[in-house]
Design a protein around this ligand. Structure first.
Ligand code: SF4
Length: 295
């Protein structure tokens, strides 16, 4: 099966020790069976210590240390497994993060905005509609509903620079018959979500569909964030109705980012990317939250 990615995908590289929200802190990393077998073969040097850091309660995972840090994260923010053994010894989750894969007749890979560097790459890439073949993966390439063709039409509207960003959004709401809904209803949903950080709930409660920043730069960041959400979520739609739900979810997250930009007075790409990262981490990376906002 062919593997595709947005053109900007190749611009992503983990910034490791320069990352201020490292994915190596706060997350329990499950260790896959193949990696576990590799670790069992290591009998000397740093490799011999790895098994001692694995908890075998339920799914094998690395035991978090002080401050919920991965036991292999050194004081300089570097991975000791990479430093001592090379990237080939990373477990699947560490090697793949922040990548995600969608199987839509072909396989498409992307980078998730919960990673601060990925969020910056996404928001700085105007060429989001350019999807290119980057290789092959195993898999069966058949689906009943091809949402990729519909995504190309959506991107056609979203990227139509002859219209203002506001007019392009209006056209998407009109064409796909999406109702923005009442603020009170969305605020109730925001209240009911699960949060990694309670202060993010307070931040999200600033949501209002009337909050729109008044700047061409931030409109471009919003457009690119929306394009990313559509690539990630709408492309796996199973039929036309499902596509509408997923597009509606993507548009809600776009409105939420617009509200947070207004609340925080964010202007620069780093400021906007920081807010996009929070939305991604709290919403996209929780299946329960995503489903509750999508359907
Ligand atoms: S969050 Fe992203 S940039 Fe930061 S350590 Fe993880 S993969 Fe690297």
């Amino acid at each position: 099966m062919k593997l595709y990615a947005p053109k900007y995908y190749k611009n992503f590289k983990c910034i490791a020790d320069k990352c201020t929200h490292s994915c190596c802190v706060g997350w329990e990393i499950d260790v896959d069976e193949v990696s576990l077998e590799k670790y069992k073969q290591l009998t000397c040097g740093y490799g011999a210590q790895i098994l001692d850091t694995v908890s075998f309660d339920e799914v094998p995972h690395f035991k978090l240390g002080t401050g919920e840090r991965c036991p292999h994260l050194d004081e300089n923010g570097l991975c000791k497994i990479i430093c001592n053994l090379g990237e080939g010894y990373l477990c699947d989750i560490c090697r793949e993060h922040p990548r995600f894969y969608n199987y839509t007749g072909v396989c498409e890979v992307g980078i998730g905005a919960s990673c601060e560097e990925a969020a910056r790459v996404i928001l700085s890439s105007p060429d989001y509609a350019e999807i290119e073949e980057i290789g092959e993966v195993d898999g069966i390439g058949e689906v009943d509903f091809n949402a990729r063709d519909e995504r190309a039409k959506i991107y056609g509207v979203l990227g139509d620079k002859s219209l203002s960003y506001h007019a392009r959004l209006e056209e998407l709401y009109r064409r796909y018959e999406i109702d923005m809904g009442k603020n009170e209803e969305w605020l109730e949903k925001i209240e009911s979500l699960e949060y990694l950080d309670a202060s993010d709930k307070e931040l999200f409660l600033n949501y209002s569909s009337a909050c729109r920043p008044n700047s061409t730069d931030t409109d471009e960041y919003l457009e690119r964030f929306l394009a990313y959400l559509i690539y990630r979520h709408a492309t796996e739609a199973e039929d036309g109705e499902d596509l509408r739900s997923r597009l509606s979810f993507s548009l809600f997250c776009e409105r939420l980012l617009a509200s947070l930009i207004c609340t925080k007075g964010a202007k620069t790409i780093n400021e906007v990317a920081a807010l996009a990262r929070i939305i991604s981490e709290e919403i996209e990376y929780s299946d329960d939250n995503t489903l509750s906002l999508m359907y």
